[in-house]
Design a protein around this ligand. Structure first.
Ligand code: ADP
Length: 472
């Protein structure tokens, strides 16, 4: 673990294994930390905070820029570690490292643009100023699906704002997080500014929630754990940002460019084996083109290659673990039982029995009562449904407790505008299946989350607003 600028073991000496989801083999072990290590990390972050906050924005900017460079200098090694513990194809892992680093570059600039305001006063002898200040120590809890990007998307704006941080990466993917910390150390980020604690999620989470020095919790993960953290944060009224589950509708209108729409479904649905919170989870296709669309989608899906992420031919890696596989399997079985037809895929890949590989799958004849239509699948399974008109599809798309990402493919401007205005989603891609970038606000409506990451919106989450009234 990395606490107060030192590489340390758990106080108990215990560690836990990290395994490769492609073959079940152990690739390393990390310290099994708990409440004591969680507290030591907050001690370090709280001690480092005054000095870090007092640095000029330009000094923080330079250090973030240096961290960005150190990550890119070591891009291949970090990407390989990511593939080994997470499973995604190497090309996607390299893409993730570039994406992860882009937040450091962008916020190294934004650090210099945290502006205040002056406001006209109500009395001639008064002056009103508004200044922004860092919230303090930030606790970040991150998931396994983007082990690098979910850390930098939080730490880049936090550090730019002048906050220090304690981080708990997912137990499946702690090695990438530690590689990022190595790069931060090489970049000269002062000790205590970033602390990474690996180990027991409940114990670590409880200590951070209970510690009044932690002023902000930022979390990406399941809606269930997000709600638990939000409740826990209430006792000390911490600021909370949550990036939770999604159930993205992907709508294809009859006037869409079918080739682009099919390419969009492949990118959105099968990237990271369908394990992203913005993955298309339901594909609605307008009735007149559904047969043509499914035929084309089936043809393109069959071109995908399932395999070990380190094999250059691989385009679909394994699912992260047994539990993930069971969920995907249960969604496919439930859809078949309720009358869905498998257009392609549908089975576990038998050639790799020690990994959790699922064939990229398309299911047609899907109905709204199927599990796959209610829960986030988090696997390479695309259910396809038909719809008749724009009002109907918007109603069906919005009929969900989630509201993270939605996609629509159409060549008609009026349809595009109607759709983006009426969809109750935080991110809408029109003819664009990959909208996430560092300079834009990422986040959800409804139970998909609170707050935004990325863009100038993202740094606000780590700033307090102070109003100063001066009588002269
Ligand atoms: P997933 O189902 O995708 O694994 P989780 O929400 O369980 O998503 O995990 C996301 C992150 O939340 C991980 O780092 C995990 O260790 C952490 N986590 C899980 N349960 C808790 C908890 N009770 N308190 C704090 N963190 C938790």
């Amino acid at each position: 673990m990395y606490i107060n600028g030192e590489w340390v073991k758990a106080l108990s000496g215990d560690s836990f294994p990290v395994t490769n989801p492609a073959n079940g083999q152990q690739i390393g072990a990390v310290p099994n930390g708990g409440s004591e290590e969680a507290k030591l990390a907050v001690d370090a972050a709280a001690d480092a905070f005054p000095q870090w906050a007092a640095k000029t924005a330009e000094e923080r900017s330079h250090l973030l820029r240096k961290w960005y460079e150190c990550i890119l200098d070591n891009k291949n090694e970090i990407a390989e570690t990511l593939v080994l513990e997470q499973g995604k194809p190497l090309k996607e892992a390299l893409g993730e490292i570039t994406y992860a680093a882009s937040f450091l570059l962008w916020y190294s600039e934004e650090a210099k643009r945290v502006y205040g305001e002056t406001i006209p006063a109500s009395a001639p002898d008064k002056r009103i100023f508004v200044v922004k200040q860092p919230v303090g120590v930030v606790a970040a809890i991150t998931p396994w699906n983007f082990p690098a990007a979910m850390i930098t998307r939080k730490l880049a704006p936090a550090l730019a704002a002048g906050c220090t941080a304690v981080v708990k990466p997912a137990e499946q993917t702690p090695l990438t997080a530690l590689k990022l910390a190595e790069a931060a150390e090489r970049a000269g980020i002062p000790k205590g500014v970033i602390n990474i604690v690996t180990g027991n999620p409940e114990e670590i989470g409880e200590v951070w929630l209970g510690d009044s020095r932690v002023r902000k919790i930022t979390f990406t993960g399941s809606t269930e754990v997000g709600k638990l953290l939000m409740r826990g944060a209430a006792n000390t009224v911490k600021k909370v940002s949550l990036e939770l589950g999604g159930h993205a509708p992907f709508i294809v209108f009859a006037d869409a460019d079918i080739d682009k729409a099919v390419e969009g479904v492949i990118q959105s649905k099968f990237r990271n084996s369908g394990q992203t919170c913005v993955c298309a989870n339901r594909v609605y296709v307008q009735a007149p083109i559904i047969e043509k669309f499914v035929a084309k989608l089936r043809e393109e899906t069959k071109k995908l290659t399932v395999g070990d992420g380190l094999d250059p031919a691989t385009t679909i890696g394994p699912l992260i673990d047994e539990a993930a596989y069971r969920k995907v399997e249960s969604h496919i079985e439930d859809a078949i039982t309720r009358g869905g037809q498998i257009e392609c895929g549908g089975k576990r890949v038998s050639a790799y029995e020690d990994g959790y590989f699922v064939e990229p799958t398309i299911i047609s004849g899907v109905t709204d009562d199927m599990k796959i239509m209610q829960e986030e699948t988090f696997g390479p399974v695309a259910p396809v449904l038909s719809f008749s008109d724009v009002e109907e599809v918007i109603r069906r798309a919005n009929n969900s407790p989630f509201g993270l990402a939605a996609y629509a493919f159409t060549e008609n401007l009026k349809t595009a505008i109607t759709v983006y205005e009426q969809l109750e989603y935080g991110i809408v891609g029109i003819n664009d299946a990959l909208p996430s970038v560092a300079q834009a606000p990422f986040g959800g409506y409804k139970e998909s989350g609170l707050g935004r990451e990325g863009g100038h919106h993202g740094i606000e989450e780590f700033l307090e607003t102070k109003y100063v009234s001066i009588r002269i």
